[in-house]
Design a protein. Structure first.
Length: 214
């Protein structure tokens, strides 16, 4: 099993799985209840979408892959001037102390999120949201902002030798990352997961659709 990262999920489910579509509507209604309590705008998930150009190469991957990117981000936050040290084969990236140290403030939307379920929504808010009423209304327990996720990915791009221009990733640079992933070059996991999340955040913001982890 692994983590699937999807955008436009409700539009797809409405066409192919009405029961699943209703589950997602209910989950997003719960999220909107939490938004209302925090005086935030509500998220209206589109039920129809145009074709979306996703330039990522891996839409799903082992759960452990996400921790490679989180480890890189946490280390970059602690020492942005130092070069990245690749994860050794016998090292568990999820156990890197930098992740715990950088997660404790709950301000990183990349780090403070379930690695197996949950949502990012195209609403701006600074702190990662939790359900203060203990009603389990947020899948995975932590709710992220697509805007904040995008900002964090943009900020660490240079650390992974990824070139972004004014926050934009060119088609040529996306193709370079895809080629590196296919060839399993250095940092291919970190770069591949970065591209998957960057594309999900880009499409989420562009089409006002939630990112779904599942």
């Amino acid at each position: 099993m692994g983590l699937a990262v999807e955008v436009g999920m409700l539009a797809d489910l409405k066409e192919h799985d009405e029961e699943g579509a209703q589950w997602l509507r209910d989950a997003l209604a719960d999220i909107n209840a939490v938004f209302g309590e925090h005086k935030l705008p509500l998220h209206i998930e589109p039920e129809q979408l145009p074709p979306m150009n996703d330039r990522s190469i891996i839409g799903s991957f082992p759960y452990s892959f996400l921790h490679y990117l989180r480890r890189a981000y946490a280390r970059w936050k602690q020492d942005p001037g130092s070069p990245i040290v690749p994860c050794s084969p016998d090292e568990d990236p999820a156990s890197d102390p930098a992740i715990d140290q950088e997660s404790c403030m709950f301000d990183s939307h990349l780090l403070c999120h379930s690695d197996c379920e949950g949502f990012y929504v195209p609403i701006r808010f600074s702190k990662v949201l939790i359900d203060d009423t203990n009603q389990d209304r947020i899948a995975g327990g932590l709710l992220g902002s697509s805007y904040k996720l995008m900002e964090e990915l943009q900020s660490m791009a240079e650390y992974l030798a990824i070139q972004v221009d004014a926050g934009e990733l060119s088609d040529a640079e996306a193709e370079k990352i895809r080629a590196d992933v296919q060839a399993e070059c250095d940092l291919w996991i970190e770069r591949g997961v970065w591209l998957t999340l960057f594309e999900a955040a880009r499409l989420s913001i562009q089409h006002k659709t939630a990112i779904c982890f599942g």
